[in-house]
Design a protein around this ligand. Structure first.
Ligand SMILES: *Cc1c(COP(=O)(O)O)cnc(C)c1O
Length: 225
């Protein structure tokens, strides 16, 4: 695990690069926020970032989030947590409890289930729709050709609080094409939030309009396993 000093330094470095990329693209730096991805690291790692003043985090698994975050949120009540990994329906209730944003609404049955649970519980975290921009069979997300209809169904049909889109480009392709596609789908659907870009490509994502970048390794170092 990197030291608390190292994590504070990494955060400052990444935020500096983000601001540079935004400025170079003619965008105000404050339009892009850093989701620090603390998955597969112990709670102490996220705590170091919280102590350094960072407040926005991402986890990819509900169970791991439940193990780490209730205590951290109690100590840092203004911390905000995004779910960035696939959501199973049997974890949806727990996810609504814990997460402030669900970035991975990716299929009709999950969307309908979330809408029902929101009505039942009154908890309404913002939602992003995950788009499988590379149409990869093993990857989650709605296909680009189905995105407009799915967005309309989620937002207008069942009343989910849809704020934007999220994507994970194929590992072996130029990410810029995927970022541009996601931005285009968001634009034509009037959606403001674009979650795209990770450690290797967040500056490119900012050039294409990212409002949220999800960065793990560049902040917290390599993950175990
Ligand atoms: C792990 C993960 C990230 C962070 O990846 P890094 O390359 O470590 O920055 C971003 N987004 C998602 C969906 C992830 O699962």
């Amino acid at each position: 695990m990197p030291s608390a000093e190292q994590i504070a330094e990494n955060l400052a470095l990444v935020k500096g690069h983000m601001a540079e990329a935004a400025t170079a693209a003619g965008r105000p730096p404050e339009d892009v926020r850093l989701v620090a991805v603390s998955k597969a690291h112990p709670a102490g790692t996220a705590e170091a970032a919280l102590t350094a003043g960072h407040r926005l985090f991402g986890e990819n698994r509900v169970q791991e989030g439940e193990a780490k975050w209730p205590g951290l949120k109690e100590a840092f009540p203004d911390a905000r947590l995004h779910l960035i990994g696939p959501l199973q329906r049997n974890k949806a209730r727990a996810a609504l409890e814990l997460f402030d944003v669900i970035e991975t609404v990716d299929r009709p049955r999950l969307a309908a289930h979330l809408a029902r649970l929101m009505d039942e519980t009154g908890r309404r975290p913002d939602c992003l729709i995950q788009v499988n921009t590379g149409a990869e069979p093993q990857k989650a997300g709605i296909l680009p050709k189905d995105a407009d209809a799915f967005i309309a169904e989620c937002r207008d049909g069942i009343g989910l609080p849809v704020r934007g889109l999220m994507c994970i480009p194929p590992a072996d392709e130029e990410p810029a094409l995927h970022f541009a596609l996601l931005a285009e789908i968001a634009e034509r659907n009037g959606l403001a939030e674009l979650s795209m870009g990770m450690s290797a490509d967040y500056q490119t994502a900012i050039r294409f309009g990212a409002t949220l970048v999800r960065v793990g390794t560049a902040v917290f170092g390599p993950r175990e396993g």
